[in-house]
Ligand binder design. Sequence first.
Ligand code: S3P
Length: 179
Amino acid sequence: MDQKKQAELSYNIFLIGFMGTGKSTVAEYLQKHFSMPLIEMDETLEEREKMTIPEIFASKGEPYFRQAETELLREIQKSTNVIVSCGGGAAMRPENVEIMKQKGKVVLLTASPENILERVKNDENRPLLKNRKTVEGIRELMEARRPFYEAAADLTVRTDTQPLEEICEEIFRKLETEA
Ligand code: S3P
């Protein structure tokens, strides 16, 4: 990839999208290849709460988790040149999207329900997929969320079939031309 992309960015990159669209994988690649600091929102919240995501949902409830996400986003916005892998629900709150856009570009990753099912079927760490591990269950939640994701996105990249390196190249190309 183009070496000049290693220059420090004056903004943050927020990766949003449904569970299993590859936000963490893409974020790790960008961190490694562009020397950008990475914030994995779910991991940060787990470390702070000293609990897993399912434990936070079960013991403190989803509204508590959503508020913690908003507070973390506010903290993140004090920095620049950070790549942020957002939890799949983070773009559902207009307030969160407003915070992201203050100093950030919002990159939406998408994939088909079939591919998502394949990627998440053995994962027990996502409370919202607990009773939804079917193509139809995933499609239904994805469709309900689609308007929020699309309204938030500065650009969109599909992660169904492209190799990881090409996905990241497409992100940077679109950041330069579309966002
Ligand atoms: C959620 C997605 C999860 C995590 C939590 C809620 C959601 O993150 O934040 O389980 O509402 O879509 P990933 O998208 O990284 O799985």
